[in-house]
Design a protein around this ligand. Structure first.
Ligand SMILES: Cc1ncc(COP(=O)(O)O)c(C=O)c1O
Length: 495
């Protein structure tokens, strides 16, 4: 397998830096021009298209053993990768909760990649940039300045880190030393609308799926606080150990916001950890009209949220804030001799992020966040969050006025769930009908929402964390859903 190029002469030393910097620089300039042209012309491109087999073949082949020209590799990228994205940078992509990124973010990623620091910790500017970003985030969400925080890959990891701290801080014994075996089962509480990443965290932390109490919700998909209280009381009576209450600041299905203040009260009453999953919804805290609804968020022991959804930074970036720095540190710190924080040199300084999370080696996520804060300012970003919420309201109005569409859930934030109402169709065929409608809509390239099922109703789900969307895009969406629905109706009646 191995080739012997240059092996014959051990005195020849190689590097991955270019032999001709001018050539690579010219290619780099061209790449930047091409990428900005690509972003500028997004509206003319399909929101999504399937990945063709020919392109798939072109990116494959045997393990590349020999050098080839970077320009040729770039041309392969341009022809076979760039035209077939997931779609989330497009103005009419509203699937799952996928953010768009920004042109500024393209540049920040390049700068971060150039410095390519390992932000595990130490005395260097990137570590201080992360500390600064975390200080801003604490201030924004009214966490105390002595709270701790960590930038992570996204909401899933943010939830995991927070629940790990909750488990270790609340268990009442040295869980790192003893493990969970032979101890009273711990119980985590949240609503049935909780995101699946929390389920993963509970399972991976050894708490066990059976001790993940999923409490019912009201008409607005918000947790039933009375039922939660009853469950805690019952579990205590049954000899279990209630551990943590999770509140949703924007559920993934519909954007519902739990009564966070009531949950904070309950957590205090029963001496439980209070965690808030605010993956995207936490950012509504920056909008004055949402402050009251979200005020309980600032009382959380830990808060998880993303920067790659709302806030619009490039993937990947999420954050965890933890009120007790000590609890956070004690959950993750391990300092073998080869990682000793020496006090001087590159391993000096106070910013040791590896002591606050799973990762030892960490990338420079903080730069794109720092540049976004500095360049756009929080006010503009908050106006964009508000714009997305107003667009959701506008879409809901369009749906209500459309002859064959109905809303399938309230839309308190930036998510609208809807379906086509085919007359006289039973539930199951109607669900299949809407599923087919959505697939055709996505394949048409016009728009790409995703789906969910709400109280048995398959729903087209439009989650708006897109700074490129305009009102006219939602008009196009409604017109397309009506048109494809009518076509499908006709096909159904001809069968
Ligand atoms: C409410 C909620 N929590 C957690 C997550 C997980 O976040 P991520 O996809 O960044 O891991 C999501 C993702 O959509 C979410 O909506």
């Amino acid at each position: 397998m191995m080739n012997n190029e240059n092996r014959d002469n051990p005195l020849i030393e190689e590097t991955l830096d270019p032999q001709n910097w001018d050539e690579l620089r010219a290619l780099g300039h061209q790449m930047l021009d091409d990428m900005f042209a690509h972003l500028q012309s997004l509206r003319e491109q399909p929101a999504w298209q399937p990945y063709p087999e020919q392109a798939r073949e072109k990116i494959g082949g045997q393990v590349p053993m020999h050098e080839s020209d970077a320009r040729a590799v770039y041309e392969n990228f341009q022809a076979n990768i760039l035209p077939y994205p997931n779609g989330n940078i497009h103005p009419r992509f509203w699937g799952w909760v996928q953010g768009t990124g920004t042109p500024l973010g393209v540049l920040s990623e390049m700068l971060a990649a150039t410095m390519n620091p390992n932000v595990g910790g130490g005395n260097h500017a990137p570590a201080y940039v992360e500390t600064q970003v975390l200080d801003w985030l604490k201030e924004i969400f009214d966490f105390p300045s002595q709270a701790s925080g960590l930038l992570v890959s996204g909401g899933s990891m943010a939830n995991f880190v927070a629940l790990a701290v909750a488990r270790n801080a609340q268990a009442g014994y040295n869980i790192r030393q003893e493990g969970l075996a032979n101890h009273t089962p711990l119980v985590v509480y949240g609503s049935v609308e909780m995101h699946s990443s929390l389920l993963k965290a509970v399972e991976l932390l050894g708490i066990g799926n059976q001790y993940f109490q999923r409490i019912g919700v009201n008409e607005a998909f918000e947790i039933d606080v009375a039922a939660l209280r009853a469950a805690i009381v019952q579990d205590k009576a049954d000899g279990l150990q209630p551990l943590c209450i999770i509140g949703n600041a924007g559920t993934v299905n519909t954007g519902a916001i739990d009564d966070l203040d009531a949950l904070a009260d309950l957590a205090r009453e029963f001496d439980l950890w209070f965690h808030v999953d605010g993956a995207f919804g936490a950012w509504a805290y920056t909008i004055p009209s949402f402050r009251e609804k979200l005020k309980g968020l600032a009382r959380a022991d830990s808060l998880a949220f993303d920067l790659h959804k709302w806030f619009y930074t490039q993937y990947e970036a999420g954050a965890t804030l933890v009120r007790s720095d000590r609890a956070h540190y004690q959950t993750f710190t391990v300092q073998p001799p080869y990682l000793k924080h020496t006090g001087r040199g590159p391993h000096g300084g106070q910013n040791w992020f590896t002591d606050y999370g799973l990762q030892l080696s960490r990338g420079f996520r903080a730069l794109k966040v720092w540049m976004a804060f500095k360049t756009f300012g929080l006010n503009k970003l908050a106006r964009l969050f508000e714009q997305n919420i107003a667009q959701a309201q506008y879409l809901a109005e369009l749906v209500e006025r459309a002859p064959h569409l109905e809303l399938t859930a309230p839309h308190p934030l930036n998510i609208v769930c809807l379906r086509y109402l085919a007359p006289n169709m039973e539930d199951d065929p109607l669900n299949a009908f809407n599923q087919e409608l959505l697939a055709r809509l996505q394949e048409s390239g016009i728009a790409a929402p995703s789906s969910t099922t709400l109280r048995g109703k398959f729903s087209i789900r439009v989650a708006i964390v897109n700074h490129r969307s305009r009102r006219e895009d939602f008009e196009l969406l409604v017109a397309a859903v009506e048109r494809i629905g009518a076509e499908l109706m006709e096909e159904t009646s001809n069968q």
